[in-house]
Design a binder for this molecule. Structure first.
Ligand code: SF4
Length: 347
């Protein structure tokens, strides 16, 4: 027999919770009380101590508070990066990665179970898309890790498994919830959304005024090569993508980040560097060079330190802001999809 799920209070907006209170004929302040309890992180409706027993019983008939469950944790001792494998209510496995920096804790959250974008260097792509995650499931990753560590998350990066802009409505719901002053009150400036380049949704995001930091996976300045590495490029060619990125910068007044995973002999040549500099000329942006994590695709070899430095120099000489990313978590395969793949092999 199929499991019967009660509706989850966690993930509802204040308006949705207020409607529940109104429908039950409760005083108007009751909705705000329930909302605060839910996002203070109570695990059970019975913990809402300022609600009368009758209201708690009525709520429990239809609702529950459900959070993702921790199935497994792997820590990289040197950097204290922790990868969490989490289970959804319908038994899907998703991942979140906690990165500890001097300036605070950053959590890399997943937006989908699996992913349909099929980027060649990504472990999440191998199983395809299982389903979109709800806003509650994205937010729960933050709550569960904070509860587990007893430490606050100060930055969120949407770079786990899934393409957040392929799950647009829930992603916006998540961004609104996590920045609500009565939930986690996280500044949108401390949130980075990473996309493989869904240009039309970048435009929508710019118009939505969410104001989050945008990070775009580029990986090649050439259309034909980008199509081979990232099939999404067929639907959103470089020209369209760059138009959307310029629009985002102009609308939000925020600098955009381009992620560029360096693969030896594939996209790290002088010609690639020059073409990349030309493509980004005049745009307020930062290029983040990432030595590719070979665990995600053993056939791809990371550029060596000399090649990375030479590539960075081409860009900086053309006045393109450039950094090389520290690879936290490489020993625990902290790239999307990898812990889950390992877990499936073990069971
Ligand atoms: S890199 Fe991101 S968009 Fe591409 S397949 Fe992996 S999770 Fe999906």
């Amino acid at each position: 027999m199929d499991k019967i799920y009660k509706k989850n209070l966690f993930g509802l907006s204040i308006d949705e919770i207020q409607t529940i209170a109104d429908e039950n004929g409760w005083p108007s302040y009751r909705g705000a009380q329930i909302f605060r309890w839910v996002y203070q992180g109570v695990a059970d409706i019975d913990e809402m101590s300022n609600l009368p027993l009758s209201a708690r019983e009525a709520l429990k008939k239809q609702y529950q508070i459900f959070h993702l469950q921790i199935i497994k944790k792997i820590e990289e001792k040197k950097t204290k990066t922790t990868k969490y494998l989490l289970r959804t209510e319908d038994d899907l496995l998703i991942e979140a990665v906690l990165l500890r920096y001097r300036h605070g804790n950053s959590l890399c959250v997943s937006s989908q179970a699996g992913c349909s974008m099929a980027c060649v260097f990504c472990a999440s792509a191998t199983g395809g898309l299982k389903r979109n995650l709800s806003a509650a499931e994205m937010l729960s990753q933050v709550y569960v890790v904070e509860r587990d560590t007893g430490q606050k998350i100060s930055n969120v990066v949407m770079m786990g498994s899934g393409e957040p802009l392929d799950n647009y409505e829930n992603t916006i719901g998540f961004l609104n919830l996590i920045s609500d002053k009565d939930t986690r009150n996280l500044s949108k400036r401390n949130i980075t959304l990473s996309t493989c380049g869904i240009a039309d949704k970048i435009v929508l995001l710019a118009d939505s005024k969410t104001g989050v930091n945008l990070s775009v996976s580029l990986h090649s300045p050439f259309q034909d090569q980008r199509e081979m590495m990232m099939p999404v490029a067929k639907n959103f060619p470089l020209e369209k993508l760059m138009e959307a990125c310029s629009y985002y910068v102009q609308k939000t007044k925020r600098r955009i980040t381009f992620e560029y995973a360096l693969i030896a002999g594939v996209n790290d040549t002088l010609g690639h560097g020059q073409a990349l500099a030309q493509l980004l000329r005049g745009l307020n942006c930062l290029v983040n060079l990432i030595p590719i994590n070979q665990a995600s695709n053993p056939t791809l070899k990371s550029s060596n330190d000399e090649a990375i430095a030479a590539f960075a120099e081409i860009l900086t000489k053309k006045h393109i802001n450039t950094t090389v990313r520290r690879t936290l978590g490489s020993s625990i395969n902290a790239a999307c999809g990898q812990l889950k793949s390992g877990f499936y092999k073990e069971v």
